[in-house]
Design a protein. Structure first.
Length: 154
């Protein structure tokens, strides 16, 4: 067999993948809380470093924990009655970095209007002090949702 992996590597890989699945569940639980008006749980799963980034379905890009957190809090302030799920999950782990591909689905009342979203997402995790933290979230752009957000201040 010409593989660089050995059977001894498999339990560590499985454990790391399970840890990422748990971190992903924590993120999507926090995302659902955000869709119900409370973004405070995002602070538990996100890295607070200056190199974190996000690209939301509303467009734009945030860099650094303060900007990323502010984006979650801003959207949460206008959200109620939200549900968020993720499916088609693929996880890859390499050392202290991992990424997840999935499909996100959300239904939320945003600024009094119902919004439904479905799109692809990529989440990047980094192990910090023994815990997996998100360092990047990228979701497909949703033009309708982006327009609703842009028109909020109009």
């Amino acid at each position: 067999m010409n593989s660089s992996r050995t059977e001894a590597d498999e339990p560590a890989k499985t454990t790391a993948e399970e840890d990422i699945r748990a971190a992903s569940d924590q993120f999507y639980n926090a995302l659902e809380e955000m869709a119900n008006g409370d973004a405070s749980s995002m602070a538990d799963i996100w890295s607070h470093e200056d190199d974190v980034t996000t690209m939301h379905p509303i467009g734009g890009r945030e860099e650094g924990w303060e900007a990323v957190n502010g984006s979650w809090e801003g959207v949460a302030a206008a959200c109620t009655n939200g549900t968020v799920t993720h499916t088609d999950q693929v996880i890859r782990v390499t050392g202290d970095l991992a990424y997840e591909l999935c499909t996100e689905s959300a239904s939320v009342t945003f600024a009094g209007e119902p919004v439904s979203l479905e799109g692809r997402a990529t989440n990047v995790y980094r192990k910090e002090n023994g815990e997996w933290k998100i360092v990047h979230h990228h979701a497909d752009l949703n033009a309708e949702f982006a327009e609703k957000v842009a028109n909020m201040g109009a």
